[in-house]
Design a protein. Sequence first.
Length: 246
Amino acid sequence: MNAIELKLLRNAEYLQYIKDFAGIINLNHPELLGIESKLSVFTTKTGELEALYKKALASEKTRELLVLDEKRDNAINGIFYFLLSHSYHYESIQQQNAQILLDNMALYGSGIARMNYQAETATLNNLLRDWESKPELANAVNAFGLSAWVDELRNTNTEFSSKYLSRTQEYGDATPETIKTKREETNTAYYALRDRIDALHLLVETPPSPYTTVINQLNALTDQYNVLLVNRKETPDNGTGQDPVV
């Protein structure tokens, strides 16, 4: 069957993909295909993950984090596109200042706003520290009058970090499991199910294989999500769209 990098799917996307994956198999009489036991384990893990995900979304702090994350994403994206436009400025000094700051941003990756929560928080802290402590970067920020943008980014990132730690305490008290761990367990069940279908299909000696239909349908599903990932990868640098409960 077609492969997909499950780790690149955001939690909501991942959950929908695996639920659809199981749904397709259930429509193709799994009991006749000899995969009921693997499907049962996969379905159980999927249910556990969904319950954990819904619990995290229900947290008031999670909703607050969504708002703050969008604000800091907007700030870093606004700064990025402002600098990108000035890198084409007709005045060479404007181009140079913009490029100095863009080069520094590039050191931290091409999509800061697409990083997971913890990574983005740390990256923005390091970036802001550079812009404050390195004279050539601080001068470029001042030359563009970007202080208000930078203040917005710093304040929002600091508030986000505080809320995130508070939610972690609350969330950790509620359950020792994490979505990351549960996703790994679900991945194991997914691959076991997928590989069993592939193996049984390959062992069929006389065509047509009873697994051809379900494999084609599952491949069609996987292809849709691979297109989603490709489109996201091709989005301009610093695109938005953060997973609410990574």
